[in-house]
Ligand binder design. Sequence first.
Ligand code: SAH
Length: 237
Amino acid sequence: MRCRASRHVAIVAALGWAPPGQAAQQQVERERERQAMVAEQIEARGVTHAGVLRAMNAVPRHEFVPEDYGELAYADRPLPIGLGQTISQPFIVALMTELVDPGPTDRILEVGTGSGYQAAVAAELVAEVFTIELLPELAASAEARLRRLGAANVHVRAGDGYLGWPEEAPFDGILVTAGADHVPQPLIDQLAVGARMVIPVGDQLANQVLKVIEKRPDGTVDTRDVVPVRFVPLRRR
Ligand code: SAH
């Protein structure tokens, strides 16, 4: 026993004295890039919600992009994640999260899991995130990634998000991260009174606008346009 304990001490000492390896250095570099991203791309463009800024600083975006794109993980742009899909530009993720008005006890629905990044950001701010992805391969890889990173309050499902997740409705917020040509009625039905849905809507890719849709007590909705955007299309099976 004594022997094993002293070996343990020796290993800890060795780790403590080791010069930072390449992986550790890269980690420090990514953290610096992430802080710069939040300051220059997100705060500078007017996102002020302290919790959103904290979440954008906390979630390691480089873990959500393919390894080949690691160097670009904190650049001001969307990136390909395979199967013709993309992870959104960081500013848009922050903006959508702010617009959905997250609260600590909220249960949020996301349509279009993709890499799982937007879900992970929202999960920092709310109680639970339910996220649906049409492509089973992406749903599986996002779920594995979220488990590995410890995002225990995100629930991933493969399926058609146009239909929402009726068993878990109503939601305190809905984020749609694929462009629709109209606002899906099932999602309006699954929005709690007073809650908001943030959704890109447009008849074609070049003509989408990010909309905030708030449900009134009588079940009708109040809609406002926020900013022009470009999202991959919301598809049906
Ligand atoms: N939020 C993602 C990026 C979304 S890209 C992230 O943070 O990485 C849009 C995603 O929506 C794609 O993965 C696409 O496959 C998915 N999608 C398209 N139509 C869908 C539908 N009807 N239901 C669920 N997901 C859909």
